[in-house]
Design a protein. Sequence first.
Lengths: 135, 135
Amino acid sequence: MNMLTPIRKSRSAEDNMIPMINIVFLLLIFFMIAGQITSVQNQDIVLPKTVSGVPIVERKVTLQLTEKNKLFFNGIPVLLDDINNKFDALDTNEVSVSLQADSRIKAVDLDKILTVLRARKIAKVTLYTEQKGPE
Amino acid sequence: MISSLYTPKPKKPVSLTALIDVVFILLLFFMLSSSFSRWQGVDLMSPLANEKVSGGKPNLIRLFKTGVMSIYSKPDISLTETNISSMIDETKPSILLPDSDVDVQLIVSTLEQLSNLDVQNLSLGSSLPAAAKQP
């Protein structure tokens, strides 16, 4: 009777880990394919949402404007009055600008930045937006 | 003696622990650095003050905080999908003038809405003082 019961092999610790490794590998592949490695965005900024848009192209200057009207020039906090000095410090005159503005800021605050850019003859600004998901 | 020389060495099983360590580190890296929100860009054209607008006098579209649009000279008549083609000369460039209390999300949504309605040469103008009476 005892002969009918299968002999149970003792499994080593590594054998027990194989299902876990499989899952970890699957997770790794998922994050590698589905994720998008991006530079760290200012956590205070909630980008406006749009349905359509053009792919982001890296610009020479990235301005960030938070809801509390804190302004960052390529990640460095600046005052609005000092933006011109920052532009002057750049080694080129042809400057392309992208703007990460919080969706909650008012037009009057956005206008202050655009006025400075207009004065520097920069008429085209790429505004960062986030793709609107299905509702 | 000779036979002992040719005896293959017993294969040492490859330890999985080192592999798991590396895979875990890769997994952590991709989990922390990847982002699933898709960024895109919207080109904001902001006309320069001394720029001559080609194509004649532009259509000035006012945007109120409530999301209502109107022709600047006729603030009482709201622009809708049905009457926009009759109210706007589509051969001329159009400039959106948001009230100062309009937020960026509404500006971006309106620009997107107008471009979907085939309003050509659309740009963003300076903000206007907030209307005392919202339509």
